[in-house]
Design a protein around this ligand. Sequence first.
Ligand SMILES: [Zn+2]
Length: 292
Amino acid sequence: MFLKPKHLKVLFPLFLVFILIFTGCTITVKTSGNNSNSNTEVDNLKVHYIDIGQGDSVLIQYKDKNMLIDAGPRSSSDKLVKYLKDIGVNKINIVVATHPHEDHIGGIVAVLNNFPVEKFYAPQKTNNTKTFEKMVSTLKEKNLKINVAKKGVSLDFHSDIKAEMLAPNSENYENINNYSAVVKLNYGENSFLFMGDAEKISEKEIVQKNLDLKSDVIKLGHHGSSTSSSKEFLDKVDAKYAIISCAKGNDYGHPHKEIVEDMKNRNITVYRTDLQGDIVITSDGKNIKSDK
Ligand SMILES: [Zn+2]
């Protein structure tokens, strides 16, 4: 039997369709095979709220990048350095010293002496203390300049993550807490807010700037003190999780009971370093998971 040209005209398109279906199937099989072998853990963002007693220290890890926001008091330096070494940190790309109080910058000297640091940020505010002077002299020794932390500064952390400072918005405050660098981090659909010790004055300035404050997770300002976390600010943040970093039985009564009560009323899940120790929150860009 011979195929005439008019038969070929009909059969050739059918043959093409067959080839397309066949190769399409092959590609599908290959793709699903790759997915089952991929390690999603590597791509996750990890935020460690480290239990350094009364103070703040947060490590943000993504792929091979590390960012440290505050380093707790000097008395917890050994614990902080050990924690960072235990999770495999060997270099810190960005260190943010939110404001020059001992419970936030006391551990910076130990961090600088134990890890290479690429970039350092602090607000334009000095403090007449030995801790502050030692931090500045160690930065000089390491040839690190202080980049000014203020509203609008964007942090070059990783191209998958937007990290921006929302405060400080002014140059002069009565209370040092309000100089706190406030950092917002966006990864996929998830967002994290780090308040330092920013109080209601700074919160009001941030609200007035009409910035996008909505965040899944907020590290509450000033260790859960009622000097921070105004209702208007928390309304805009609309968080699902709140972290309070403080020591058990601290002298300041942190966290203040009205703040704990407010979290309950808002149905916000609270994690506390004084009660739960180190807290690690993981995000895959869509979902948030806590290890506690
Ligand atoms: Zn503090």
